[in-house]
Ligand binder design. Sequence first.
Ligand code: PRX
Length: 633
Amino acid sequence: MKKIDSFEEYQEQYEKSIENPEQFWSDIADTFNWKKKWEKILDWNFSEPNVNWFKGGKLNITENCLDRHLKTQPNKTAIIWEPNNPNDAHKTVTYKELHEEVNKTANALKNLGVNKGDRVCLYMPMSLELSYTVLACARIGAIHSVVFAGFSAKSLADRINDASCELLITADGFYRGKKYIDLKQIADEALEITPSIKHSLILKHSNMDVTMKQGRDLWFHEQVNYQSTECEATTMDAEDPLFILYTSGSTGTPKGVVHSTGGYMVYAEYSFRNVFQYEENDIYWCTADIGWITGHTYIVYGPLLAGATTVLFEGTPTYPNPGRFWEIVEKLKVNTFYTAPTAIRALQACEIENVTRYNLSSLKTLGSVGEPINEEAWQWYYKHIGKEKCALVDTWWQTETGGIMISPLAGITKEKPTFATYPLPGIQPVLVDEKGNIIEGNNVEGNLCIKFPWPSMIRTTWGDHERCKNTYFSTYKNMYFTGDGCKRDENGMYRITGRVDDVINVSGHRIGTAEVENAINSFEGVVESAVVGYPHDIKGQGIYAYIICEGNIENNETLSQLVRKHITTEIGALAKPDKIQVVSGLPKTRSGKIMRRILRKVAEGNFDSLGDTSTLLDPSVVNEIVEKRDLVG
Ligand code: PRX
């Protein structure tokens, strides 16, 4: 696939993609291997919603990630695995080896009775085997559901149950920085309440002792090692689901976002190649975890579709010291580096010697994803990591969009700090006011919607299509609503301002306030709670929880610790509130609705502009909350 290589060409391609989207995407889709060509490029409506790309087309995505590269570059490195501990050696896997490993794993899954359409849950460390199992599922048409290995047993069980997964693939355990995560033990706890699971495959990763449950638990290596290195790729319809990935929203439990096979494939490679301006021998590193969408699209599928060398890092930015990222960049001669603003801010706060002692001259392109990048972080990244010579792409997208939607193309689009700049070809963003009117012109601000389908968009939410419709397609008629606020400047460049719903973005992770509130409310002695986000220097946003307890309990450190521990067990450490304030009441309207606006202002420390509180049932609670704000634990 040829990539766009000038801004003029971008503009031409963009025009073409709007005037004739079918032709535009069909030309791109033609560059892939299809077992049978599609009958219809696109049919869609956003009211049901029902979106079909490349209908009638038959393919297997792994033939495009693996088999087609075997002819041209079998010995090229596909994946470089870098371990958590810098004293352990990194490993490289060629395309030929990857093909063999994926096939062996796929045969093992088949042997365990996994069929096309079955759901397989992956709860694993950032290991090579995680990439093998993702692709092995795709090889046989099983739908993978990767659950980030930082989630609790309960969150894992909820996700397994929602999709009725038959198989869980997990590991004995792993180190994240200094901390040992006893994955098998957490998984065992989850499996006590997951009736659909028939087997659990256990990867030997840390070599710690674990207890195997007879009849259920099997060693990964014992099931995989003896398998044949050939496995025919199952024929999939373009619209068959490829994977489910759970994400938090403003209401209820996390939703299983479903992505399709054909459209996702086309967009994953197209966006990867163009945004990062990938060149043949580039070493590309995205620091995300495969448990999130960024890892799916830009560690696994996008780079492998493009035949690139992708780095898979098990560790953290600050272990054993804050120079770890840059040490790896120097060692592996990384050309493209893609990370989250929260990591940049954390490293920016450390001594600059952690950066300057490494040679970063291999870098050409830097990327940012997951949350708005503030100007200081942008400048630091550009200056100290990019040495003012690298392109810096601020990429806006979501789990639901499957791929990058608004972003500069590296070195082609003129950057503007904190702006995601322009939409990729094929993407039609609009800003909408509260009433649903499209806001035309420039220098405007509104809610960000997308008015035309793109190939990698969400198709449904697993098991509940109505929920998909209500969440994304009902707020504004005939538009996909992103949940983000956005500005368009005088040149038509987009800047994402953050969520406009009750979702908090903590360190680039999306956390629904309702989910945290439900978890807090299930703690003994808690009557009610309200959770809001507030600005946090490193995390972007922190979690501020107001709780009402039974009896006359005042704020105290022990209570806060216990609540935090409870959240870690209910959801995972990433949802732990940073601040907890015990209150005797919450500001509610006469109809019983919590006025979060006020709670947000208090959490921000912004007491002077609390706005009109006269409509509250009991305005005095606001005074109490403000007065006791210093007592947060
Ligand atoms: O609010 C936006 C923010 O992250 C949300 C999507 O989160 P998630 O589905 O977890 O996917 C994250 C990785 C793609 C968006 O609704 N977000 C993501 N990227 C940016 C961003 N906000 C501002 N600028 C970005 N570049």
